[in-house]
Design a protein around this ligand. Structure first.
Ligand code: HEC
Length: 289
């Protein structure tokens, strides 16, 4: 038995899940076709037209449920998560449910096409299926290709139309005032830098616990901190170097900065490198938008 379970390590969801990406095109095609045929049948009502609609709807139901099932398997894989996935699951299942109801109503309507209420409900459901399909497709596309996929190549005028014009960058989550220094920057420097750049030692002739000395040039001749201009600040350059670089700070062998700490330092320099009470000499954002 144990030999068997070793060979059965094969994982069905991992194998089948990706087929969702192929299967999903069928409900898109068939449901759209059903709607087009319905439009045609409205203009030229006939027995064959109704049959064609019913047949296409039936196919839509089958492929919609297949795509939904495969999609749920794919979701198990854990490659995606979050709110977008949840919404995509709901809209995907909704497509299958609505398509099924549409098909059922169409069958009930079939013997007697003149029943107005059933006909209206049926057409409403067909429209709702298509709406959900559009939504599910869009959400699925966003999951796999990112939200800018469709609009990445659009000309600027078009971006405005499509409602994707670059919004102002969100305000940084760290408060950009003197408090940031005492609550996050100072403790960070204490932990990772002050042992070598503080009152006791000033490696590279740099002292980072006072504004004047931190803004001055060290041995390299480059200014460690240029308030408001991270890209010209030697400190920022050195903390962003790859870990195996000779000049990286903190040096090799010392506990490296985490990504959050790097970001916090860059933000802090960009927003003027305030050292507590000392007012920041530059406006918060030096870059024109
Ligand atoms: C273990 C000691 C040590 C620690 C910890 C350390 N440094 Fe350094 N740092 C050095 C040494 C040594 C130099 C001089 C390197 C040289 O001249 O080649 C230096 C140089 C620098 C310089 C360049 C100064 C100049 O102009 O030459 C900057 C900026 C700097 N460190 C920033 C930092 C920051 C920011 C941290 C904390 C995140 C940090 N260092 C942590 C040892 C340290």
């Amino acid at each position: 038995m144990s030999a068997l379970s070793a060979t059965v390590a094969f994982n069905w969801p991992d194998f089948l899940g990706p087929f969702h990406v192929i299967m999903l095109h069928y409900p898109i095609g068939f449901l759209s076709l059903a709607a087009l045929l319905e439009l045609w049948a409205i203009r030229r009502p006939s027995e064959p037209a109704r049959r064609a609609v019913g047949y296409t709807l039936g196919l839509s139901v089958v492929v919609a449920w297949l795509a939904t099932g495969l999609g749920l398997l794919r979701a198990l894989h854990g490659e995606f998560d979050g709110q977008m996935l949840t919404m995509h699951k709901f809209s995907g299942i909704a497509v299958s449910v609505l398509a099924t109801l549409t098909w059922v109503l169409h069958r009930r309507l079939y013997p007697d096409p003149e029943r107005v209420l059933v006909r209206r409900t049926y057409r409403g459901l067909l429209a709702a299926s298509l709406g959900c399909l559009l939504l599910a497709g869009h959400q699925g596309g966003t999951l796999t290709h990112g939200s800018k996929f469709l609009t990445a190549g659009a000309p600027h005028s078009m971006e405005n139309l499509m409602g994707v014009a670059e919004a102002a960058p969100p305000a940084p989550s760290v408060p950009q005032d003197g408090d940031t220094y005492s609550t996050s920057i100072q403790p960070l420097l204490e932990r990772k830098c002050i042992a070598c750049h503080g009152p006791e030692k000033q490696k590279g002739h740099l002292r980072l616990d006072q504004r004047e000395s931190a803004l001055a040039a060290g041995d390299s001749g480059a200014q460690a901190i240029v308030p408001g201009d991270p890209m010209r600040s030697q400190l920022v350059k050195l903390i962003l170097l790859p870990r195996n670089h000779d000049d990286v700070m903190p040096p090799d062998g010392k506990e490296p900065l985490t990504a959050e700490e790097q970001v916090a330092l860059v933000h802090w320099v960009q927003s003027g490198a305030s050292f507590g009470n000392t007012p920041s000499p530059v406006p918060a954002s030096p870059f024109p938008h």
